[in-house]
Design a protein around this ligand. Structure first.
Ligand code: MD6
Ligand code: FE
Length: 215
């Protein structure tokens, strides 16, 4: 079951999506240019690539990572590892501007001791999407995930505890931050097919940074 897209940009800056989950509208807007410059540096060292799912599908979203650990998927499964499989080298370090933003956003959402050791960087081009999934590859599910959206708006599909739970459609814009943990930490979610356009000084791209405590 799906409802209307929830644009709710009518002045509110933070809203609770569910118990433990909060949307901080525009929280990262002032840092966006710094974050985009950091993404350019990181992806020069660890390029965006389309990974394979364990089932053998190529993902439409291109990914890279920074920080001590990076999330990867291939025929062997989903996992975190400290080396980029393309180069065998450690992932680029997590820039202070990224780390500080994630820590501050987590604190603003009620998670004061968030110390991420992994940042997955997703790049969407028009037509890309992310199927419904849970984030469950982290050893410590007591810690939240902090998610930062940059560039084109996307429709985030926010579900519930089971794959068939009703889903809300929530527009995520340039600079929006979602923080979730607690009772909704394992809620199913995804991203609908990205439409072409321009936002945040970029054409036809959306980046999403997800910060996690992987170990
Ligand atoms: C995205 N985000 O927004 C995909 N997962 O492109 C996620 O899958 C996600 O935003 C866990 C927590 C926050 C997220
Ligand atoms: Fe996710």
């Amino acid at each position: 079951m799906q409802t209307e897209i929830d644009f709710s940009t009518d002045g509110e800056s933070a809203r609770v999506l569910d118990d433990g989950a909060m949307l901080l509208r525009g929280y990262a807007v002032d840092d966006a240019d710094l974050l985009l410059a950091a993404i350019a540096r990181i992806s020069a060292a660890a390029p965006f690539r389309h990974m394979q799912t364990p089932g053998g599908q190529t993902m439409s979203v291109a990914m890279t990572n920074c920080g001590p650990y990076g999330w990867v998927t291939d025929r062997r499964g989903y996992r975190y590892q400290s080396e980029d499989p393309l180069s065998g080298q450690p992932w680029p370090s997590m820039p202070d501007e990224m780390l500080n933003l994630a820590v501050d956003a987590a604190a603003a959402a009620g998670y004061p001791s968030f110390k991420p050791d992994a940042c997955l960087i997703n790049r969407y081009e028009p037509g890309a999407k992310m199927g419904l999934h849970q984030d469950r590859d982290e050893a410590n599910l007591g810690q939240p995930v902090v998610s930062v959206s940059l560039g084109l708006p996307a429709v985030f599909l926010w579900g519930g505890p089971t794959r068939t739970s009703p889903r809300r459609r929530i527009a995520l814009h340039h600079g929006d931050v979602v923080v979730w943990g607690g009772p909704s930490r394992l809620y199913f979610h995804g991203v609908d097919i990205l439409a072409a356009g321009q936002a945040g000084g970029m054409s036809n791209q959306r980046f999403n940074l997800t910060f996690r405590v992987s170990h």
